[in-house]
Design a protein around this ligand. Structure first.
Ligand code: PMP
Length: 399
């Protein structure tokens, strides 16, 4: 008998399974709205001009490929802090910020989860209902019990603020609470500044550990406003954890560029935290990869490239907003009588369309349009060529 013969087949990843079904579909007009990736008007994943310029400069350098420090490239880590907390944050020079470059946003979440489990004795984490599907399994794999707090209200397609506040309040004191800082995945429903302040008060009162996940900075309003939640937590003078990602904002998915930032209480505490975080990294993967971080740092630390990137990020954001509007308008024109204005209000790449599992199945079977079973659709996969087909099909299954 082989060592591996008792190994059971793992359940299929719902989104990757969807991609397989999409790829196998022979129909020419097929559309994949299940992805979590930004496509441009031509249906392509863009290579940003700012990235291209930074890459060309890097290749021309022909630099030796040494190891990076365990916590990653220093100019990258510093640029991340600036982007998250704001260029004028007193925290930047306080020594209280600890940042480690990570293997994407997912790697940041896992590092943060491991750190809090091993070094702060945390065992319970609460995620929003619903949340990015990997949050639960990632924290479970790290040893946590995972519970949810109310978030989305299907009746209004908006936030269930009271439920959220009560749910967070009811958690055992000192729980880890994962919060989507902007462009909530999968619902596209975000909190206002006032609502964040209420959450912060409950978190403070219950001595919880806020774990802010920010994977779409720049896809909501702009880079600064999308970091409002992070900055409010900083102003509230709480210790907290941030996982961030450049996968989407730099269109650098496969380069795995993310960061874990810990906002500690004092500079001395920061030193101890960094020393322990380095051990977590050392015993996992030793040190992070170079290319993506070099490229991102080159863009963030060069005013011209930064301006170019900001412009390209704005183009992505504006295109998504146009597609939201176009989808809502076409649904109305196709005779859908339900209020679909929520599609325009939701933020980021996704819309929680309100489509049921059966409607999603019909879309795939009858129209070769693939969406996640929860009804989440990626608005960034829409373009002027497929929007009519998609809107007509959605209207048909809604009517
Ligand atoms: N958090 C959220 C909320 C996400 O949507 C994603 C990406 N889909 C991540 C984290 C992970 O980001 P990355 O792809 O950089 O690992």
């Amino acid at each position: 008998m082989s060592l591996f013969s008792p190994v059971e087949m793992a359940p299929r990843d719902p989104i990757l399974g969807l991609n397989e079904a999409f790829n196998a579909d022979p129909r020419a007009e097929k559309v994949n709205l299940g992805v979590g990736v930004y496509y441009d008007e031509n249906g392509k994943v863009p290579l940003l001009r700012a990235v291209q310029a930074a890459e060309e400069a890097r290749v021309a350098e022909h630099a030796p490929r040494t190891y990076l420090p365990m916590e990653g490239l220093a100019p990258y880590d510093q640029a991340v802090q600036k982007l998250l907390l704001g260029a004028d944050s007193p925290l930047l020079s306080s020594g209280r910020l600890v940042t480690a470059q990570s293997i994407g946003g997912t790697g940041a979440l896992k590092l943060g989860a491991d750190f809090l489990y091993r070094l702060a004795g945390k065992r319970l984490v609460a995620i929003s209902d619903p949340s990015w599907e990997n949050h639960r399994s990632l924290f479970e794999t790290a040893g946590y019990e995972v519970v949810t707090y109310p978030y989305y209200d299907p009746a209004t397609h908006g936030l269930n603020l009271q439920g959220m506040l009560q749910g967070i309040e009811a958690l055992p004191e000192g729980s880890v609470v994962v919060l989507h800082a902007c462009c909530h995945n999968p619902t596209g429903v975000d909190l206002s500044i006032e609502q964040w302040k209420q959450v912060i008060e409950v978190v403070r009162k219950r001595n919880h550990v806020p774990f802010l996940d920010i994977a779409y900075q720049g896809f909501g309003d702009n880079l600064e406003d999308d970091a409002a939640a992070v900055r409010l937590f900083a102003e509230a003078d709480l210790s907290f954890v941030i996982s961030s990602s450049f996968s989407k904002s730099f269109s650098l998915y496969g380069e795995r560029v993310g960061a874990l930032t810990l906002v500690t209480g004092t500079a001395e505490e920061g030193e101890r935290v960094l020393s322990q975080l380095k051990r977590v990294i050392r015993t996992n993967y030793s040190n992070p990869p170079t290319h993506g971080a070099k490229v991102v740092a080159a863009v963030l630390n060069n005013p011209e490239l930064y301006a170019m990137w900001e412009q390209e990020l704005a183009e992505m954001r504006i295109r998504i907003k146009q597609m939201r509007k176009a989808l809502a308008n076409r649904l109305r024109a196709a005779g859908v009588e339900q209020d679909v204005s929520f599609i325009e209000k939701q933020r980021g790449m996704f819309s929680y369309s309100g489509l049921s599992r059966e409607q999603v199945d019909r879309l795939a079977q009858e129209f070769a349009i693939y969406a996640v079973g929860s009804g989440r659709i990626c608005v960034a996969a829409l373009n002027n060529r497929n929007i009519d087909t998609v809107a007509d099909a959605i209207a048909r299954v809604m009517l």
